[in-house]
Ligand binder design. Sequence first.
Ligand code: 11C
Length: 349
Amino acid sequence: RKPTLAVVGATGAVGTVMLSILSERADVWGEIRLIASPRSAGRKLTVRGEQVEVVALCEEAFEGVDVAMFDVPDEVSAQWAPVAASKGAVVVDNSGAFRMDPDVPLVVPEVNAHAARVRPRGIIANPNCTTLSMIVAMGALHAEFGLSELIVSSYQAVSGAGKEGIDALREQIALVAGTELGTHPGDVRRAVGETGPFPAPMALNVVPFAGSLKEDGWSSEELKVRNESRKILGLPDLRVTATCVRVPVITTHSLAVHARFENEVTVEAAHEILAGAPGVVLCDNPAEGEFPTPADVVGTDPTWVGRVRRSLDDPNALELFVCGDNLRKGAALNTAQIGEVIAAELTAA
Ligand code: 11C
């Protein structure tokens, strides 16, 4: 029997991408049940070429479910993931609710698939999209050179803030297009008015803040990059500094990474590792204008890496630029891959 899958949050920005990913990948699932808030119940959505009616989130919706993928806000996961697990489902949760729980593995299949086997709460967490956009490449380099420090700056797309974020940028672009705005202090801010889910205008701008404000001036996104990278790589003392910035890109997060290693590095060796790493595409020929950009990477599955340089003042450090689609590998795809690992385990049992 093929396992039964539930997708919770099927109508959201990540849920929508999840349905197309499930339709594209090898079909390991029996029934796929779509679950969303009562307000979306009754809607019909297409998955695997078939129309499936959305059912409302309730305890009975998890009856007979083997794997439940959650793409919902933290508080909804915090309440409902344990309910699904108590009904016997293995939960793969894409919220921040359980990522740092020591009894919940945080899994990126290319880096630490083995961690998915030990799940005392019946829950496996999927990392934040910013961490996920770089961690496959960093895991491959770590395996060879031994990572000792990461200093990253992110360039995060507005879809990280969901459909509301996408709508806000589109509306703001329409308001500034064809004008001479962006030449005087505050002119863009006055023209766009309400800034939606962002603390400043996104059109014609970059915003050095993503997530919520935490202790000592750090943002939640910056702390997630630090804590989650440490947990996934199994390096609890890894030195990590992140500055998370929102840019006017619809989808695909980018990161400029300074990575320091235990051992000396060369660009040639880094190129060889990255070119051979599963889930990574090396795109690094600046003389020909070849480097990853969000506009080229969006809609693709791998982590794209370019601009690989050895640090001028440190033979143990590399500088690189990484792009990954934050809704695919950054969210739905990684969740689907974890689900497939569990489906294989259940089918073999
Ligand atoms: C953003 N990375 O770009 C966030 C969205 O912890 O799963 C995902 C938040 C999370 O705004």
